[in-house]
Write a protein that binds this ligand. Structure first.
Ligand code: WT7
Length: 640
């Protein structure tokens, strides 16, 4: 078992230890895991030089992550609840799976995958709603050494096909449909459309969930229940190398298509468990609820791997925060006596806007710790969360991290680190942040603001971007030699606490979801009437940032002008998914470009923020007149 840090003094001591002797520090933590063979070296790394990055943790160690969830704990936890599943409709029955039951289901489905011919190293795409089978599918992949690539079930067929093709997945796991509040989403139909463009896919495994009619392709499609029918629950775990790939998860960046972030087995395992236990101060008997979807990294690390490695009870919620009403989160906390609750600032702001009664109607006395993730939390939302939800007695952990970091990096330890609203506070042991100026010069001391980088590897860090290692170097390690570039700006205050300011690149954080402006532009440009577009973020009360699209179209008739905005939104919905639909669309006759043809996004951002009085230097613009036109038009830009 990993020991928890229990005091601030101990935190500082461990932090010092982790910097002075990282190998000793992480080696001791990894001793508590189950290994078939121990490592030769704790870490071997290089952020620069030929083939960089080259990062290996627990070199030559052999293990299986599912043995560390199940076999390691089984004598203790066989009858303890591992997963509580709260359905979309609160009137439907809750499902509780003990560690023993979950283990059997994982082994049985693992055997089903083997029967289908899935092998170690194969990439299995998973496109499922938030049902227990999603966790079962991912753990079954890990059990047999297959690599899971989970695609959030809100992405469109095109986005799914892109991800399946990039990973050349041979199997897709989905369900007939999924519920979200009053809606039922026909997932199998979306998969059919995607798979038509995916030559690598041999089989589609279909879980019966909504019982809606689906198209079934004989020979290709297999029902989940048929696949496991009569299949044994005995399965011996595949012994994996520490650096074998555990999963791929796609995420957006400044340029191009989403990248497949690669996480490997041992380092991710150690980091997910260590961070979960310490940040949330999880104790036996606690009920942990992270409201994220498993389609995002938060769900990977803090619904599935972190909690289950710790032997925790974790909640999976299928529904949405506002259905049947805006009290759903709070009702569910009381229903399951949740002790740690982890959600996104955007959800807090949205529920705050519904009025205090939805919260004060509920007891919430089981809560001990509150957490936030995904975007900066504003002070007002922090205070509301603290006072109304936590009744002033629950520490808030504002956790900063990324898909690439695998786990939480900068955060308070619940109840241990004194907090300040809207500050992520201090790095976890083993995490060595550094702030630099645009030239890469280190900003030393406190009271400084700059670009947030990390100067030493940590076990949970990404190893590569799938199928394109040079892109990994280019994106994260080329800006400043020997530093991992996070893409965020941050401030270190007088006390040494970090405040994350937000992205410094062309990535927009919409409701805690990462969206690349180039991706949205590419989607918009698919509309036949669109000539060019430029997308920026702008401050949005609930979402943190909204998406603002400036679009140049071919000549439009009056009738076309009326419908074009919705058509553009639909185009984005089709190529990416609803989460990337622009909030504001402004049809313009030109974009502010430099003489060399580069769009000056800075200007568009300022206009989007409603701060057109201070546009800075516009002397390099090819046609300054276009700016006035855009400023005028911005006053009437149509809001969704
Ligand atoms: C980006 C990473 C990590 C899980 C969810 C998002 C922003 C994340 C915070 C926070 C301010 C935050 C950053 C980061 N972010 N947590 N506590 N305070 N900003 O994962 O999709 O990879 O996005 O989310 O901008 O770079 P992701």
């Amino acid at each position: 078992m990993i020991n928890k840090i229990t005091s601030l003094a101990e935190y500082f001591q461990k932090y010092q230890e982790s910097v002075a002797d990282p190998e000793g520090f992480w080696g001791k933590i990894a001793e508590s895991h189950h290994w078939h063979k121990k490592w030769d070296r704790v870490v071997d790394w290089r952020f620069s030089g030929p083939g960089a990055p080259d990062v290996k943790w627990f070199v030559n160690g052999k293990l299986n992550i599912t043995e560390n969830i199940f076999e390691r704990n089984m004598f203790l936890r066989k009858n303890q609840v591992a997963i509580i599943w709260e359905p979309n409709d609160p009137k439907e029955p809750v499902i509780k799976l003990t560690y023993g039951e979950l283990f059997d289901k994982v082994k049985q489905f693992a055997n089903g995958l083997l029967k289908l011919g899935v092998k170690r190293g194969d990439r299995v795409a998973i496109y499922l709603p938030m049902v227990p089978e999603l966790a079962i599918a991912m753990l079954a992949c890990a059990r047999i050494g297959a690599i899971h690539s989970i695609v959030f079930a809100g992405f469109s067929a095109t986005a799914l096909a892109d991800r399946v093709n990039d990973a050349t997945s041979n199997v897709v796991i989905t369900s007939d449909g999924g519920y979200r509040g009053t809606k039922s989403i026909p997932l199998k139909g979306i998969v059919d459309e995607a798979v038509a463009k995916c030559p690598s896919v041999k089989n589609v495994i279909v879980l019966k969930h909504t019982n809606e009619e689906i198209n079934f392709v004989n020979g290709r499609d297999v029902w989940w229940h048929d696949l496991i029918n009569g299949v044994s629950t005995e399965n011996i775990a595949e012994v994996m190398d520490a650096e074998d790939i555990l999963f791929i998860l796609y995420t957006s960046g400044s340029t191009g298509k989403p990248k497949g972030v690669v996480h490997t087995t041992a380092g991710y395992m150690v980091y997910a468990e260590y961070t979960f236990k310490n940040v949330f101060q999880y104790s036996d008997g606690d009920i942990f609820w992270c409201t994220a979807d498993i389609g995002w990294v938060t769900g990977h690390s803090y619904i599935v791997y972190g909690p289950l490695l710790t032997g925790a009870t974790t909640i999976m919620f299928e529904g949405v925060p506002t259905w049947p009403d805006a009290g759903r989160f709070w009702e569910t906390i009381d229903k399951h006596k949740v002790t740690q609750f982890y959600t996104a600032p955007t959800a807090i702001r949205a529920l705050m806007a519904q009025g205090d009664n939805w919260v004060s109607n509920h007891n919430l006395s089981s809560l001990k710790v509150l957490g936030t993730v995904g975007e900066p939390i504003n002070e007002e939302a922090w205070r509301w969360y603290h006072a109304l939800v936590g009744k002033g007695k629950c520490p808030i952990v504002d956790t900063w991290w990324q898909t690439e970091t695998g786990g939480i990096m900068i955060t308070p330890l619940a109840g241990i680190t004194p907090t300040k609203p809207s500050l992520a506070t201090l790095p976890l042991p083993g995490v060595q942040p550094i702030l630099v100026d645009p030239e890469g010069k280190e900003l030393k001391g406190n009271g400084v603001e700059g670009i947030l980088c990390i100067k030493f590897p940590w076990p949970g860090m990404l190893r590569t971007t799938y199928g394109d290692h040079p892109r990994c170097f280019q994106t994260y390690f080329s800006a400043f030699p020997n530093l991992y570039l996070t893409g965020d700006g941050a401030k270190r205050d007088e006390e040494g606490y970090y405040r994350i300011i937000g992205r410094i690149d062309d990535v927009i954080n919409v409701s805690g979801h990462r969206i690349g402006t180039a991706e949205v532009e590419d989607a918009i440009n698919q509309h036949p009437k669109v000539i060019e577009s430029a997308v920026v973020g702008y401050p949005h009360d609930i979402k943190g940032s909204g998406i603002y699209a400036y679009v140049i179209c071919e000549d439009l008739t009056d009738a076309e002008l009326k419908t074009i905005e919705n058509e553009i939104r639909e185009t984005v919905n089709k190529f990416i998914g609803a989460i990337a639909k622009p909030d504001k669309i402004q049809i313009v006759s030109g974009l502010p470009k430099t003489r060399s043809g580069k769009i000056m996004r800075r200007i568009l951002r300022k206009i989007g923020e409603g701060d057109a009085t201070n546009l800075g230097d516009t002397s390099t613009l090819l046609d300054p007149g276009v700016v006035d036109e855009i400023i005028d038009g911005a006053k009437v830009a149509v809001k969704r």
